[in-house]
Ligand binder design. Structure first.
Ligand SMILES: *[C@@H]1O[C@H](CO)[C@@H](O)[C@H](O)[C@H]1NC(C)=O
Ligand SMILES: *[C@@H]1O[C@H](CO)[C@@H](O)[C@H](O)[C@H]1NC(C)=O
Ligand SMILES: *[C@@H]1O[C@H](CO)[C@@H](O)[C@H](O)[C@H]1NC(C)=O
Ligand SMILES: *[C@@H]1O[C@H](CO)[C@@H](O)[C@H](O)[C@H]1NC(C)=O
Length: 288
């Protein structure tokens, strides 16, 4: 009895596998199979999404690389998305997922699985590279130095610290710096395989810039998101301008005070002199 069931199930599965090459394989008409399956992936964090919301059933995701076994993730979920990041650590492998629709009842064991097949996904070629950070930048006399921070990814070193995209892409990773003189539109660019830019610039001018990572081996999706725009500013201007103003005000005040004092003393002196002269005139002659 059991053997017969198993054999029947085996045949049904085989038929199912054959049919699935043509489209979603449905073993139970009450279940909806997933549609609109998409991979959404940034810096190797990858979420599988699909439709529709389940009503009286649940989904289980099964995932496999080209030569690996099927592994289950998000078992019996009522959601329409699943974080599959942990299953894609071999980033150069090409993965396929099955979104299996299952009844919640105990009879599911003898029902044929009904599933939809996802598009293929290769993390190394397809994950979007997120916005790189600007660790520091420095404007010296005639040079602009910019230190870029590699975006981190969810995979870790044995010591538990997060790896960055550099550990994955190695020599395949390049950064481009786009820079322009403040208030001008002429954009220039420089590239580096390291994390550091050092470019020659016009003395005394301020510059704005952003960086973008590039994956050289890719044909599509080569460029990362852009970093935020940063602009340099000569600190001297901020502090010294303020200092100069204060100095000018103090000097002006001092000059005004000085002029007032001189003016006053001249007036006083003249007054005294006139008074003295008047006294002389009115002096009785017989006093001499
Ligand atoms: C699948 O996507 C199409 C186009 O974006 C949309 O019209 C359709 O409603 C989606 N299906 C489901 C079940 O959401
Ligand atoms: C770059 O500019 C952003 C805002 O656009 C700011 O948050 C960030 O601190 C700046 N980076 C540096 C290194 O100053
Ligand atoms: C962990 O190991 C990596 C590579 O071996 C190293 O680059 C990183 O600095 C280490 N992190 C810590 C916190 O020790
Ligand atoms: C990834 O991209 C490289 C370069 O474009 C290509 O040679 C390779 O076949 C791609 N891999 C997959 C699995 O698509």
């Amino acid at each position: 009895m059991l053997a017969a069931l198993a054999a029947a199930r085996g045949r049904a599965l085989l038929l199912c596998a054959l049919l699935s090459q043509l489209g979603p394989c449905s073993g139970n008409s009450e279940l909806s199979t997933a549609v609109n399956i998409t991979w959404s992936s940034i810096n190797f964090k990858t979420i599988l999404q699909w439709q529709p919301k389940p009503t009286n059933y649940v989904y289980t995701v099964e995932i496999s690389g080209i030569n690996s076994n099927w592994e289950k993730v998000c078992v019996h979920t009522k959601e329409t998305e699943c974080d599959v990041t942990d299953k894609l650590e071999k980033v150069k492998d090409t993965y396929t997922a099955h979104i299996v629709s299952e009844m919640i009842s105990g009879t599911e064991k003898f029902e044929e699985p009904s599933y939809a097949i996802s598009p293929k996904f290769t993390p190394y070629n397809q994950t979007t590279i997120g916005r790189p950070g600007i660790q520091t930048y420095e404007l010296t006399d005639s040079k602009l130095k910019v230190l870029v921070e590699d975006p981190l990814i969810p995979y870790r070193f044995p010591n538990k610290s997060f790896k960055s995209i550099r550990e994955i892409f190695k020599n395949d990773l390049e950064y481009t710096l786009y820079y322009w003189k403040d208030q001008s539109t002429g954009k220039k660019e420089a590239t580096t395989k390291s994390n550091q830019f050092e470019i020659s610039i016009d003395k005394g001018k301020n510059y704005c810039f952003y960086v973008q990572a590039i994956i050289l081996s890719r044909r599509e999706n080569r460029k990362s998101q852009k970093s935020k725009v940063n602009c340099t500013s000569h600190e001297r201007e901020v502090l010294d301008e303020y200092g100069t103003e204060v100095f000018i005000i103090i000097a002006a005040a001092a000059i005004v005070i000085l002029i007032t004092i001189i003016g006053l003393s001249v007036i006083l002196y003249k007054c005294k002199k006139t008074k003295a002269a008047k006294e002389k005139e009115t002096m009785p002659l017989n006093d001499i």
